[in-house]
Design a protein around this ligand. Structure first.
Ligand code: PEP
Ligand code: MN
Length: 295
């Protein structure tokens, strides 16, 4: 009879020593603490990353930067380079690419909020590193190992989003590729997984909140949750964000847009400025009951 003992299932005690020794906790209370552009990770603060799916225009990103910062966000999110699911799209969906990176830089200068943005291709790593306080590696690139190595070598803090089909073992293995390059500022981000019953438009992914305590049992790295990509559905985002804080998440990523239904990409998922402002207050209340804080 197999016993249900730590660490359990597909991760063995041996894996922690030989497969991802750098990602694994050295003892029960081991938790990485680091600072990114003045924001503490791994402590009592639960940093918030907020902004549109895509950096659509200079004005949109500037207005969003100012608004989300005022409401309590610690980082402005938004992709200039986007992993869009289909190659055919109207002009509205065209990525803003290099121009979007310039607009992010501008927004940061004007508002003073640090930036997290995605890089998808090796040839743009330098360009993106120049503006990003945290480089985002998207779900779709989680297991692109040579790419992980190249991004790790920038020395920049990295957020590694979990692929929607990846086990915890796969995810921690991918994080080890970054740490082994000597880059220790790694943030994990759960953003929903695929399951048979998620194959409908209002439930594109299943938010795996159990992975938060599961990952924290094994790794010292901060674990962030992105309920926007998981739910794909605005009416569910706030309650799942609160649940994410309650699950023990070390940060929350949210899609926020001034005019959600007219967002260029994934218009069903962003919340507006007003909802974000009140959500920050309620997330802070939940955080407070756990001895943590957002605001
Ligand atoms: C994003 O955060 O913009 C994004 C594309 O997320 P994911 O890689 O999780 O799909
Ligand atoms: Mn997206």
């Amino acid at each position: 009879m197999t016993e249900n003992k730590f660490p359990g299932k597909d991760i063995s005690e041996e894996d922690l020593k030989t497969k991802f020794p750098l990602v694994a906790k050295k003892n029960k209370n081991h938790k990485s603490k680091f600072n990114v552009s003045g924001v503490e990770f791994g402590g009592s603060l639960i940093p918030i990353f907020a902004g549109p799916n895509m950096v659509e225009s200079e004005e949109l990103i500037k207005d969003t930067a100012i608004s989300v910062k005022k409401s309590g966000a610690h980082f402005l999110r938004g992709g200039a380079f986007k992993p869009l699911s289909f190659p055919y799209r109207g002009p509205k969906y065209t990525e803003t690419r290099e121009q979007g990176i310039k607009w992010l830089k501008n927004a940061k200068e004007i508002s003073g909020i640090p930036i997290i943005t995605e890089v998808m291709e090796e040839k743009f790593i330098d360009l993106v590193s120049d503006v990003a306080d945290i480089i985002q590696i998207g779900s779709r690139n989680m297991q692109n190992y040579p790419f992980l190595t190249s991004v790790a070598k920038t020395g920049k803090p990295i957020m590694l989003k979990r692929h929607y089909g990846a086990s915890l073992r796969d995810w921690l293995g991918a994080a080890e590729y970054i740490l082994v390059e000597g880059n220790e500022k790694v943030i994990l981000c759960e953003r929903g997984v695929s399951a048979p019953h998620t194959h409908r438009s209002t439930s594109r992914f299943l938010l795996d909140l159990q992975v938060v305590p599961a990952a924290q049992e094994l790794t010292h790295l901060p674990v962030v949750v992105d309920p926007s990509h998981a739910t794909f559905w605005r009416p569910w985002v706030s309650s799942m964000a609160l649940a994410s804080v309650a699950s023990g998440a070390d940060g929350i990523m949210l899609e926020v847009h001034p005019d959600p239904i007219n967002a260029s990409v994934d218009p069903l998922q962003p919340i507006d400025f007003q909802e974000f402002e009140s959500l920050c207050k309620s997330m802070n209340s939940v955080a407070n009951t756990l001895g943590r804080n957002i605001l």
